[in-house]
Design a binder for this molecule. Structure first.
Ligand SMILES: NC(=O)c1ccc[n+]([C@@H]2O[C@H](COP(=O)([O-])OP(=O)(O)OC[C@H]3O[C@@H](n4cnc5c(N)ncnc54)[C@H](OP(=O)(O)O)[C@@H]3O)[C@@H](O)[C@H]2O)c1
Length: 297
């Protein structure tokens, strides 16, 4: 049977992509079992997304009706070290997918970042605020947003720090914190730099809900609690007492390095109206779901 719905989840071995694969909604599972839908996790081994001709070839043989595009060069440091690759993967690749989606009438859900803003606004950022990227990663995502808008049926989700256990253990801020504590290092975290972290499993549930609706444009997808880096670190530390984690309070006032974004408070009222659940605050969620971060370690 030729399925009438075909979903591509790119970055299927990454933090968010792997959870999207694990949390496929029942409404789609039923269709998958009936041969009416197909969910394909795209990994680097199954399709190298830096090869645009290979993507087009694969597309021709069985075009997806919806692409949830999580694949990226997602670390700020990697992008600074290799800007050409950053723009190829983070900007040119989503543009290529947007063109394919536009030509096939498919939907494109694209992951952007809160870092498209400079963090100097004290009020919450709304979707229409002007982007002001301060480093290569942010620039590559901000440019991608413009290119993705070429596809009529697009949804751009600007997310923040996603907390979860990454099967590849190569990305995600929780894995980075744990690696530091395992190495016996104390984490220096700013008390005056703020983000709105969100559990990656909540992201996966919410993104599926949004992918299946006909909402288009740009939405903010962040946790409902603004927290300092220090508060975030202390919250994660409490999940791993066996690592004897240590966190030290630092301040941006004593910092002199590449530009940072001090206050990334994103307004989520627009997306909240489209969901069947409330987006949780990170601390409250961790209190109730500590095992989701700590399991198996
Ligand atoms: N997680 C966060 O805190 C956060 C915050 C803001 C925005 N975002 C954005 O949200 C999205 C998902 O984030 P994430 O944390 O899930 O990222 P992630 O864990 O780094 O996963 C990205 C995935 O993309 C894959 N990929 C990269 N280049 C590829 C290529 N040439 N061909 C095939 N696959 C390739 C990677 O494969 P390999 O493992 O083989 O390299 C990896 O599995 C990204 O767009 C990210 O920029 C994430």
């Amino acid at each position: 049977m030729n399925p009438s719905e075909r979903y591509w989840i790119t970055g299927a071995q990454g933090l968010i992509g792997s959870l999207l694969m694990q949390q496929i909604p029942d409404s789609i599972q039923v269709k998958v079992q009936a041969g009416q839908a197909e969910v394909i996790g795209i990994t680097r081994d199954s399709l190298d997304l830096s090869d645009f001709d290979a993507i087009s070839e694969r597309w021709k043989s069985a075009p997806p009706t919806c692409v949830i595009h999580t694949a990226a060069l997602s670390r700020v440091g990697d992008c600074n070290q290799n800007p050409d690759l950053a723009f190829h993967i983070n900007t040119d690749l989503p543009e290529h997918l947007a063109r394919l989606c536009q030509a096939s009438g498919s939907r494109l859900v694209f992951f952007s970042t809160d870092l498209v803003f400079d963090g100097l606004k004290t009020e919450p950022y709304v979707e229409t605020d002007e982007v002001k990227p301060v480093h290569v990663y942010a620039e590559s995502k901000a440019s991608a947003e413009d290119r993705v808008r070429h596809c009529e049926n697009h949804l751009i989700l600007r997310t923040s720090l996603n907390a979860g256990r990454n099967p590849s253990r190569r990305s995600g801020f929780v894995e980075e914190m744990k690696a530091a504590w395992i190495a016996g290092r104390t984490l220096d975290l700013f008390v005056d730099e703020y983000r709105c972290p969100i559990p990656a499993s909540v992201t996966a549930d919410g993104v599926w809900e949004l992918a299946l609706q006909d909402c288009r444009g740009t939405l903010h997808w962040v946790g409902s609690q603004l927290m300092s880096r220090f508060e975030i670190g202390a919250t994660v530390a409490a999940c791993f007492p066996e690592l004897h984690p240590t966190v030290r309070a630092g301040t941006l006032r004593a910092y002199s390095g590449p530009p940072r974004c001090p206050h990334l408070n994103l307004d989520i009222s627009k997306v909240s109206k489209l969901l069947s659940f409330e987006i949780p605050g990170f601390q409250e969620w961790v209190k109730q779901n500590q095992s989701q971060l700590a399991d198996g370690d």
